[in-house]
Write a new protein. Structure first.
Lengths: 228, 193, 216
């Protein structure tokens, strides 16, 4: 007989022991998670709001303050109150004199590698997109990620024409991508050599977003002014 | 994104952003099980199945958590579901095909720690896919995982017979092959868009 | 033999001899995915180390309380809790870092290293020892990740921690930042480790041989 057989095996734990362990640990874990969550939530919200503000001011250079508006059922815009979940939002930018400078809109679409998310600024007076900032992109480093850094490419968006047709129902000229160096019209996006798909993707998602928002924004201009 | 076509999602998950070769998920089984072609394909099948079930459950859980406003429970809920699914699959395979169960051995319970499955649940939640999109995503991811595993196994089987420097034997060689496979899969880029 | 190990020994073994990445080859998924820059790699390594130490401590303190049958489930619950905590803390501290690391923070929970240490060590040793073990393995892991990230960033971006190292004319090896670069870099480090091991083994073999010849 081997020595181990002389020692009787330990009694199997009772169901109560197992139950006690799982519930005990569960409660401990639950408390820990909830407390950390409560503590970090305000900080996270604040960080997110700040990041968004910065992006808005980046794409609307002359804006000093901003306010979020949601698209309501009637097709007009109302000042956002409360939860932003599930709402379609645009952000109005105002200068020091509380004059409406333009609107910042978020857009996303499939790029070369994965989804690209960006925010762009629309100016009423110029009827053009005056700036973009890429918020999220996983494009190829060194190639596709030039959409964020290439100065010539970003020039495209200092005055990208998005004027509407006479009846205001759609864009007069859709945003189209062109090969690098072939841009002649203000609604064309000069591509990046070697990052064709990424630059085409940007043009496509801007066009889709502008087609949707610009006519709506223009026909409800009054909603953004003098609400308060 | 939420308006991606189903075909785009499938191609994306299986080829363009292959879970193993682009996202580095599921490396442990990838390096561990890929020495024999047969085990590799069976593992791939098991993983695809678990992915499918987990994906559906994750979709449900996410909806529930949003309803009760407890987003911080997401991780725990997901991992619990995955562990249970693997347990159930294990019991099912044991009953239906004991031979398969024996050949998969230790690797079956190891699917629980397979980052690919948890990764799938997390990614689909972040992307906000609908129910049907989730299913296609899971199938695509599983297909891509199986493909990578089978390719790797085929290559490694051949390598067993080749002469390689001593220092590279084992994991180092496997990783170099994986790197080359990853480069080739990059050629799929742009297919989805 | 094992009982004569001091706490420091438990700590040191994780750094080199039993390094989780280079020797045990555990926890690979996040290693390759987020090691494209030194900063990301280090952050990921430290986050994993934190979860490892905390879970080791908790598992060790509760080791007599948790019955064998439910141990894996409770370990996973504990690990998932700390990962969730780390997730929120990183989000609060740096939104940018969080965006870079993304879902991989949550994936720490399936890092075989942490569950492995809980099962193999923390459940059978004192809290003090387990803490040391966790610290050693964790720092060893972070160190390995840093090695990977540094090489990838230096070759792939010509910088370290975002600081440009070379002149503009340096041709970046973009492949290093891509997933394939991760595989290649890790393979290279493993190669180096294997070579060092073999050289050491050879030295010891020749030394023993010489000793035998002397004695004979």
């Amino acid at each position: 007989m081997s020595p181990s057989e002389l020692v009787s095996p330990p009694a199997p734990p009772s169901v109560w022991h197992m139950y006690r362990a799982m519930v005990g640990v569960g409660v401990f874990c639950g408390l820990l998670i909830v407390s950390v969550f409560q503590v970090t939530l305000p900080v996270i919200e604040r960080n997110k709001a700040e990041a968004l503000q910065q992006a808005i001011f980046h794409v609307l250079p002359s804006a000093r303050t901003s306010a979020a508006y949601r698209l309501d059922e009637a097709g007009g815009f109302k000042l956002l109150e409360g939860d932003a979940a599930g709402e379609q939002l645009v952000y109005a930018g105002y200068d020091e004199a509380q004059q409406l400078v333009g609107l910042a809109v978020q857009a996303q679409g499939m790029g070369y590698q994965d989804v690209i998310a960006l925010i762009y600024g629309y100016s009423f007076t110029e009827q053009a997109i005056v700036g973009i900032q890429v918020l999220e992109s996983k494009e190829t480093p060194g190639l596709g990620d030039k959409i964020e850094t290439d100065p010539a490419f970003l020039e495209n968006f200092k005055g990208l024409d998005v004027s509407v047709r006479g009846d205001g129902s759609a864009l007069a000229n859709p945003i189209v991508p062109v090969k690098h160096g072939e841009k002649t019209k203000p609604w064309e996006v000069d591509g990046i050599t070697g990052a064709t798909i990424s630059s085409v993707a940007i043009a496509a998602l801007l066009d889709r977003s502008a087609e949707y928002w610009v006519p709506r924004i223009r026909s409800n201009l009054g909603d953004f002014q003098g609400e308060e | 994104m939420a308006d991606d076509s189903l075909w785009t999602i499938f191609i994306n998950a299986s080829l363009v952003n292959n879970f193993v070769l682009a996202y580095f998920l599921g490396i442990c089984p990838f390096l561990g099980v890929s020495s024999k072609l047969e085990t590799a394909s069976r593992m791939g099948g098991a993983v695809t199945f678990v992915m499918l079930v987990s994906s559906i459950c994750a979709f449900g859980i996410q909806a529930l958590l949003v309803a009760i406003d407890a987003p911080y429970l997401k991780l725990i809920a997901f991992i619990a579901v995955i562990a249970s699914t693997v347990q159930l699959v294990e019991m099912f395979i044991k009953k239906v095909s004991p031979a398969l169960f024996r050949s998969l051995g230790i690797f079956l319970p190891l699917i629980t720690t397979n980052c690919a499955i948890l990764g799938l649940a997390l990614f689909q939640t972040n992307k906000g896919y609908s129910f049907v999109q989730c299913i296609v995503y899971a199938l695509g991811a599983g297909a891509g995982f199986t493909l990578a595993l089978v390719l790797m196994a085929g290559l490694r089987e051949k390598l067993e017979l080749a002469e390689v420097p001593d220092v590279t034997k084992g994991t180092a060689m496997a990783l170099m092959i994986a790197g080359l496979l990853s480069v080739t899969f990059m050629g799929f880029g742009g297919l989805g868009g | 033999m094992a009982s004569s190990k001091s706490s420091t020994d438990e700590f040191i073994k994780g750094l080199w001899k039993e390094n989780p990445v280079f020797v045990q080859v555990l926890g690979m998924c996040p290693v390759l995915a987020v090691s494209n820059t030194a900063m990301n790699a280090l952050a990921m390594g430290l986050a994993t180390a934190f979860v490892l130490v905390m879970s080791n401590i908790v598992v060790s303190s509760l080791r007599t309380f948790i019955p064998k049958q439910v141990r894996i489930a409770t370990y996973i619950l504990i690990i998932a809790t700390f990962v969730t905590v780390v997730d929120y803390v990183i989000q609060a501290v740096s939104l940018e870092l969080y965006k870079a690391l993304g879902a991989f923070i949550s994936l720490i929970v399936v890092n075989c290293l942490i569950l492995g240490r809980a099962e193999a060590f923390a459940s059978k040793n004192t809290v003090a020892r387990s803490t040391m073990d966790g610290l050693g393995m964790g720092i060893g892991f972070a160190f390995a990740l840093f090695c990977l990230g540094a090489v990838r960033e230096i070759l792939g971006n010509g910088s370290l921690f975002g600081v440009a190292l070379f002149h503009d004319s340096f041709q970046k090896w973009v492949v290093m930042i891509l997933p394939s670069g991760g595989f290649f870099t890790l393979a290279a480090w493993l190669l180096l480790f294997n070579w060092l091991k073999q050289r050491k083994a050879k030295k010891e073999a020749t030394a023993t041989l010489a000793l035998r010849k002397e004695v004979a």
